[in-house]
Ligand binder design. Structure first.
Ligand SMILES: [Fe+2]
Length: 339
């Protein structure tokens, strides 16, 4: 880590969502492996099935400012790459002194994992344990040499802290760096220890977005049919939520047709530019109706993101925050339009 204070709009990764072919097995994995508390699935009632609603599960850390989710996919995933190689990948903070305890738990539940690996390749010094869920989605337990404030304050029952970083494949690092600089104010980190072909975008509170130079778009991304809705949510200050979206809406094109109806080939999907688009949730549909713009945004490599608001819990910093969901912003927006 260098000593330049990170700038930009995004403070943390609030949530990370994967696809699954077996939502029950994924939830068991998250309860056993991460220590999250089980919650009901959405979409698994007859009424929901009659409306063809999506089958999804979100699991929250205590306090609500971090979560992971899984959406049941319409097709079976192809096999994932070997552990530590599949992208996108999501990391969670753990304390270095707890590494042995985490390894014992992973073994107890037969969760595939690597040995601990010391690394500085992705901008921070620390130890990583690469793990996989039953669908082959990959994650890391990340024990950094320097723990940022807020990283472990909302740990799960099994002492797994909040999301530390997310790693994505990228065909053009300079283009992606320019995208995040322009729309999120985040500058590419300069660090001599970072591996070749790696772009590190440090968020203000300490989490990182990391892009690795690859030839092909990651398979498991929302902008890639037939998969849907895997995404990352970035925490921005409550009052900067709309200004951030306005900057994107001013500078980026809106997708011409939402993915479900666009009928594009994989090559056409991969050639789409960074853009905003429909967030296919009840709130997202309403959002697009009101604003005529989507509240989801895509980078140049088909990864989907959205913003979420954060309200500081102490000292004005977002090290610890209470989230403000899109529903609340949407209500405010609808009210303001009525006036
Ligand atoms: Fe989300």
């Amino acid at each position: 880590m260098d000593n330049v204070e990170p700038k930009g709009a995004a403070h943390w990764i609030d949530h990370f969502v994967v696809g699954t072919n077996d939502i029950v097995a994924w939830t068991d994995w998250a309860v056993n492996g991460i220590g999250l508390t089980r919650r009901p699935f959405r979409g698994l009632t007859t009424a929901s099935r009659k409306k063809n609603m999506k089958i999804i599960c979100f699991l929250w850390w205590e306090g609500g400012s971090c979560r992971i989710g899984a959406f049941l996919q319409p097709e079976i995933y192809p096999p994932a790459k070997e552990l530590g190689q599949e992208l996108p990948r999501c990391g969670f903070y753990i304390r270095p002194e707890d590494i042995a305890m985490h390894l014992r738990r992973l073994d107890r539940y037969k969760i595939p994992h690597t040995d601990p690996v010391k690394t500085t390749a992705e901008g921070d010094e620390g130890t990583a344990i690469y793990i996989a869920d039953p669908d082959g989605n990959q994650y890391e337990f990340w024990a950094p040499a320097q723990m940022p404030e807020g990283a472990m304050e909302i740990a799960t029952d099994e002492k797994v802290g909040r999301i530390s970083h997310a790693v994505y494949g990228c065909r053009d690092l300079a283009k992606t760096a320019a995208f995040f600089e322009k729309y999120c104010g985040v500058q590419a980190e300069q660090n001599s220890k970072t591996a070749e072909g790696t772009l590190v975008l440090r968020l203000r509170a300490g989490a990182r977005l990391i892009y690795k130079l690859v030839d092909k778009v990651d398979e498991r991304v929302a902008g890639h049919g037939p998969w849907w809705d895997m995404h990352t949510a970035l925490t921005v200050r409550e009052e900067e939520f709309f200004p951030n979206y306005r900057r994107m809406w001013d500078g980026l094109p809106e997708e011409e047709t939402d993915k479900a109806n666009a009928n594009l080939s994989i090559e056409q999907q991969e050639a789409l530019p960074a853009r905003t688009g429909l967030h296919r949730s009840p709130v997202g549909l309403k959002w697009k109706e009101i604003c005529e713009r989507g509240d989801e945004f895509y980078d140049w490599d088909a990864h989907a993101f959205h913003f979420i608001g954060g309200m500081p819990l102490k000292d004005g910093s977002l090290a610890l925050y209470q989230p403000k969901e899109q529903e609340e912003y949407l209500r405010e927006l609808a009210e303001s339009l009525k006036r």
